[in-house]
Design a protein around this ligand. Sequence first.
Ligand code: FES
Length: 159
Amino acid sequence: MDDATRALITHAVNNQQQSTVTVLSSLLAVEDAIGYIPKEAVDSVADRMDATINDVWAVATFYPNFRFEPPTEHRIEVCWGPSCHVMGATAIIAAALQTLDLADEGDTPDGKATLRYNTCLGACAHAPVIAVDHHLAGRITPETARAKIVASLSADAHH
Ligand code: FES
């Protein structure tokens, strides 16, 4: 871990604005700052909160949304909420899994992208919906989902 990341962790843990600082709020602050919870962050939160390392791990692993590995470059979210489900989310998920060479949500084998299922991306009127690198796309089809995912993965070549 580099010093800059270490500094971001310390800053996140020690500069929380809310009046009640908890183990969970501290972990969320770290996740917001660097996108995952490294071991160093667990140590730092334990220190700040006067908790044991085990207590902090217990909270961290209880919440399914924390990552323990650095984030990948691309994030693909497929909505499978009620509206999207009715409008064909199952086929969209299948297309996304196949395009990313995955059997379930998670990181791709090459570590470039992360697929997540979402219970509502907040655009139900446009179902089915996906978000590729935080850009929402509605009325998606398996073909357009595949095209958007491929486009985002190959966008790397330009920067
Ligand atoms: S259910 Fe998919 S965007 Fe709301």
